[in-house]
Structures are given as C-alpha cells and as structure tokens.
Design a binder for this molecule. Structure first.
Ligand SMILES: *[C@@H]1O[C@H](CO)[C@@H](O)[C@H](O)[C@H]1NC(C)=O
Ligand SMILES: *[C@@H]1O[C@H](CO)[C@@H](O)[C@H](O)[C@H]1NC(C)=O
Ligand SMILES: *[C@@H]1O[C@H](CO)[C@@H](O)[C@H](O)[C@H]1NC(C)=O
Ligand SMILES: *[C@@H]1O[C@H](CO)[C@@H](O)[C@H](O)[C@H]1NC(C)=O
Ligand SMILES: *[C@@H]1O[C@H](CO)[C@@H](O)[C@H](O)[C@H]1NC(C)=O
Length: 578
C-alpha cells in the first residue's frame, strides 16, 4: 500500500512526522544515512528489475554474509544469509582464532538468472579460502549452494563478466585474474592493473564496463579516517589504467564530519536509470572514539554522464538524491527489516529470528526454543574465554562457539531487555545480556551465583566490562529479597550515544536495580575495528566443569525479548526519533 497524501485524520499529527517518515513518502528525494544502520561493512549491491540486493562482511559471526533486499532504497529486509550451514565449509569456523578473521568483503552480482556471491575466508590454514556461492532464489537460506573454493593471493574479490563471456576476479593490490566458474581455477600470473593514488591498501575493487571503458572503482587509505574511494579507467580490461585527476571521488578524510571512514563502495542504477552507491562509514566524528555500531552502510547518489567519470555525492546524515522509488515493503521472506524493533515471545516452533547471530558456528544443541523461552546451554568459556592459551583447552578459548546469540545494535539510542529465568546450582554459573563487539570488547550484565562470605552462596547481579579505553570496575549487587525463583528482567539502554546503562527489574516491573554504566568507547574500534556491536544473551559457567561440559543445572531461559529503537543520530548534535 502506498499513499501520496496523508489521510485527513493524520494531518493534525503531520507536524510530528519524523524525517525518516518523510523519506518514505512517494517521490521524495531526501533520505537519512546510514541507510543500513548497525554493523554493515563493505556493502556490495546489485539490482534485478525493481529490487535492490546488498550483501555485507561478517568476519567470524555466523550465520554469515547477510543479503538484504529493498524496493525503495530505504527499507531493507534481511532475506537470507549465504553461509548458514557448517557443512558449507566443514571445520573452518572452529579453526578460526582471531576476532576479525573469517568472511571479508563480498561482491554480490546477478548474471543469467543466478545470484553469485564471491568472498574470502581469512586466516585459517595455509592461506585465504576463496568462496563462491550461487543461488537462483536469494530469499531462501537453503537455496544458497555450497561454495566453489578457489585460492586467491589477495583479499576483497570482485566478480565481473565481460561481454566475451570471460569472468574476472580483481583483488587487493589491485590485481586481476580470470576465474573459472566450474573449477575455481585462477589464471596465472596475476596481473597488477593499478596501485591506486598512493593511499595504503588499494582494495575493495569493482569493475564496471560503460561507454567503451572499464572503470575500476577501489578503496584506499585504509579503513579508518583516511579511507576513500578512487577510480581509474582503461579501454582494455588488463590496462593500462588511467587514474582520474580528481581522485578521490568520495571521502570524508580531513573533515570534521560526523560520518567518517567513508569508503569501500559499489555503484548501481535504479529502474529509472539514475546511479546510486553504497559504501561504509562510521558515525564517529573526527574524534573517532565512540562508534559502537562500527562500520555501517550509507547511500549516496551519483551522476555518471556518458563517457564521463562518475561524480559521487558526499556522505552526510541528511541526504538529497534522485527521486527515491515509492515506499514498498512488499518483499518476500520471513526476515525482519533492518531498522524494525524486536518483539519476540519464543515458542516451541518459533526458532531463532533470522537476524540473530553467533560468534563462530555454535556447538550442536546449544540453542533451542520452547514455550517457556529461548534456552541457552552454557559454554565453559565465558564471553572472553582464555585467549592465546595455544589451544590447551579448546573449550575455554571460544573456538567451539560461544553460548551467545545477538542482534546488531542498529540505533544510537535504544532499549534492549529480556526476562531471564535461571536457577544456577554452582558458584560461577552465570547468564545475562551483553553489548558484544569481540571477546575482548564487551559489556555484560549477568545473574551469577557467588559465594556470599560465610560459606553460603547467593545470586548476584554483576556488571563486567572490558575493551578499548578504561573499563569501569566490576559491580556486584546481591539480588534483592523476594526476586529469587522468578524471572529477572535485564536491561541495557543507550541513553546517550556514549553511555550504556545496565539495570534489572523485578518480575512485576516495580523495583529497579541500577547495576552500572559503561562507556561505548569500550566497544568501539580497538580489537574490533572491522566489526560492530551486537546486543544479546549468553550463558556460561566461567570455566567450571570439564571437557566441553559445564556443571549440571546452568541452562538459562530467556523470554519477552525486546529491542526498541529510540533515536538515530544523523550528526554530532542532531538526533531523529526512531
Ligand atoms: C582444523 O584444524 C585441525 C587441527 O589443526 C586440522 O587437522 C584440520 O585439517 C583443520 N580443518 C580445516 C578445515 O582447516
Ligand atoms: C544528488 O542529487 C541532488 C538532488 O537531486 C543533486 O542536486 C546532486 O547534484 C546529485 N549529486 C550527484 C553527485 O549526483
Ligand atoms: C550468611 O549466610 C546466611 C544463610 O546461611 C545468610 O542469610 C546471610 O545473609 C549471610 N551473611 C552474609 C554476610 O553474607
Ligand atoms: C587485542 O589487541 C591487542 C593490541 O593490538 C593485541 O595485543 C591482542 O592480541 C588482541 N587480542 C585479541 C584477542 O585479538
Ligand atoms: C571467564 O572464564 C575464565 C576461565 O575460563 C576465568 O578465568 C575468568 O575468571 C572468567 N571470568 C569471570 C568473570 O568469571
């Protein structure tokens, strides 16, 4: 359904319309960035008829490589992940040690009735594992193929079909190789076609053929505040490439813009033939200190006249571009729209929502839903685990998956809360909620059984935080009298862009215990500069038990899962109600 005019009854409230709502009216030319808020790095997009499709990087999180679809460029629905089955890459996830290894920048393309998603899995085994997934139905997880494997030398593969039927994968460097789509063989030797304009790490290439030229769009300057998009062109695919004299064509380096790190983009047209692009950016300001959502995806319009170089509109929070396609949320599939709230009451058949993700492939049987909630079997490793223990006790490193599930923080200000039913029997058994960036950057509010001083044990609320900057001290508060034996509601809210408040409320909501506050700097950059924060639930016995088993009795049940968007910041000092 679309409306070109607000019904009369709504006119009285029209003044309260947020710009976000305005952006959804027909034929509007304004929109707000980020268009895919929350952790969505390295977007690659393509259009098929009236639908736009984008995929993003996911590193070690699982399921990986989400694909979003939109008909209006503003509402993006999660329609599938290309990597949802351990059997697609047997053993690989559990052999991954680094917090930012795994699935790097994908390229999503449509060719001859099929969607192709090319990517590379980093830092397992001897080198890079090239993966090429394909499907005729991107709305179905199960329809994505097992990957065709290939052995690239560099990261960030592009996928480009030339008119003569040859297929090319350009990668970081920038080097070009032909890719055999049946065997995965890459042509040798790789040809260096361009090294960029002098910035570090020329990477993230995409090739477009237009008006007799091969255009080579790349990212350079590194993925932090020097990040930029530059371009070169050639009449032959293997060069020589001529750099554009007005490079970079998109960057916010050396500015005091709220949106920084602008770069690593992809270009496409809408059904009217207008050009657009998506790239990544962080809402950090030049201070580059608080950006818990990490690298988000932003939209910009492009002018690309025949025979000319493309001109890209600078990335800001409030944008004016070409007329947007009319608002349309009629997209198949059971995934949520990226900016929607969560309101989940789990049942035996509900399963996990599509946008819930884990840190590595989870161990079998850890997550299940019943009418009483989302049940999580604890892992021996807590959210940190014992890192760098050279695998002496692999069950403590997190390499058998964390007993954690979360969804992206997609709004600057939000409320996240969930009921926890938990009856631990042994000291150290714990379950709770967390803002999680990596195993060394997270802020947790747990319910934990602790010794209470005179030989007895008691349930406590505990906040623990670690990460970039100065973590606050641990806070523990005994669970108030009368709260035992009932669900405890755990809350994390971002009341301002720099502070999380962690508190608990009693079953009836009457009593509130504030446990602590923590800075969002803890979950910004540092060991997680490529990833972005997740909000979720976990269970652990903090190293208790033996082998892969925790002591009996620590299974946690979560119910009434709510994520409520409150506001989105579009500049350092302007927020828009969600
Ligand atoms: C995972 O690591 C083990 C132990 O080093 C090795 O035997 C196995 O081949 C690895 N599997 C993969 C897929 O890398
Ligand atoms: C983007 O769209 C605006 C509004 O229509 C237009 O003024 C501007 O020139 C466009 N910018 C580019 C780079 O195409
Ligand atoms: C000591 O243990 C009893 C229960 O055995 C408990 O009621 C009391 O609060 C505990 N005292 C302290 C200081 O923890
Ligand atoms: C976190 O970063 C520090 C500094 O670069 C590094 O020494 C440490 O190994 C990293 N930790 C993890 C778990 O990656
Ligand atoms: C997390 O687990 C490790 C052992 O696996 C333990 O040393 C550490 O104390 C745990 N943290 C907490 C808060 O219990």
């Amino acid at each position: 359904m679309k409306f070109s005019l607000a019904p009369l009854s709504l006119l009285a409230t029209a003044v309260a319309f947020t710009p976000a709502a305005l952006a959804q009216n027909d034929a509007t030319t304004t929109f707000l960035n980020p268009i895919l808020p929350g952790w969505h790095s390295d977007p690659s997009c393509t259009r098929v008829d009236d639908t736009f499709f984008c995929a993003t990087s996911t590193f070690i999180s699982f399921p990986g490589l989400p694909v979003y679809a939109s008909k209006d460029l503003v509402n993006w629905k999660l329609i599938s992940h290309a990597w949802t089955r351990e059997s697609q890459l047997p053993g690989v996830s559990w052999n991954t040690t680094g917090q930012q290894d795994g699935m790097y920048a994908p390229t999503l393309r449509y060719h001859d009735g099929e969607f192709w998603l090319i990517c590379e899995y980093l830092n397992v085994g001897p080198g890079i594992i090239g993966v090429l997934f394909r499907t005729t139905d991107p709305f179905d997880d199960d329809a994505w193929s097992d990957p065709l494997l290939f052995s690239p030398q560099a990261i960030d593969p592009d996928l480009f079909w030339d008119d003569d039927g040859k297929v090319y994968a350009a990668t970081q460097g920038i080097i070009l190789q032909e890719l055999d789509l049946e065997t995965g063989e890459l042509s040798q030797p790789p040809i260096e076609i361009w090294t960029g304009t002098g910035g570090v790490w020329p990477e993230g290439p995409h090739i477009y053929k237009r008006d007799g030229y091969y255009y080579l769009l790349i990212a350079e300057g590194g993925t932090a505040t020097d990040h930029a998009i530059t371009i070169a062109r050639s009449e032959n695919i293997d060069g020589p490439y001529e750099a554009y004299e007005d490079n970079p064509i998109l960057t916010n380096r050396d500015t005091d813009e709220y949106f920084q790190t602008v770069g690593h983009g992809d270009l496409f047209t809408d059904p009217d033939g207008n050009w657009w692009g998506l790239c990544l950016a962080t809402r950090s300001g030049p201070e580059y200190k608080h950006y818990p959502m990490g690298r988000e995806a932003v939209l910009f319009n492009v002018t690309w006249d025949e025979g000319e170089w493309p001109v890209l509109e600078p990335v800001r929070g409030r944008m004016e571009g070409w007329p947007l396609p009319p608002q349309d949320r009629d997209i198949p599939g059971d995934g949520p729209f990226n900016s929607d709230p969560d309101e989940y009451d789990f049942t035996a058949d509900s399963g996990l929502p599509k946008h819930f993700v884990h840190w590595r492939v989870p161990a079998e049987g850890i997550f299940s839903t019943s009418d009483s909630g989302l049940e999580i079997v604890p892992s021996r490793n807590n959210l940190t685990g014992v890192l760098g223990s050279n695998g002496d006790d692999i069950a403590l490193t997190g390499q058998r998956g964390l007993s954690f599930v979360g969804r992206r923080q997609t709004h600057t200000l939000f409320d996240f809360s969930v009921d926890l039913s938990f009856s631990p029997r042994e000291v150290g058994q714990e379950a709770g909620v967390t803002v999680f960036l990596t195993q060394v950057n997270h802020i947790d509010l747990g319910l934990v059984l602790l010794e209470s001083g005179n030989g007895s044990t008691a349930l406590h609320l505990r906040m623990r935080a670690e990460g970039t900057g100065s973590p606050p001290p641990e806070e523990t508060v005994a669970l108030p009298q009368g709260w035992e034996g009932k669900p405890v509601r755990l809350h994390i809210t971002a009341e301002d862009p720099q502070t999380y408040v962690l508190f608990a409320s009693s079953d009836d909501g009457g009593d509130i215990v504030e446990v602590g506050t923590a800075s969002s700097e803890l979950v910004s950059g540092g060991n997680g500069s490529f990833v972005g924060s997740l909000l979720g639930a976990y269970a652990t016995c903090n190293g208790g038990g033996s082998g892969t088993e925790c002591p009996e009795g620590g299974v946690a049940s979560f119910q009434r899962w709510r994520y409520t968007p409150v506001a989105q910041y579009v500049s350092e000092d302007e927020s828009v109600p969600a």
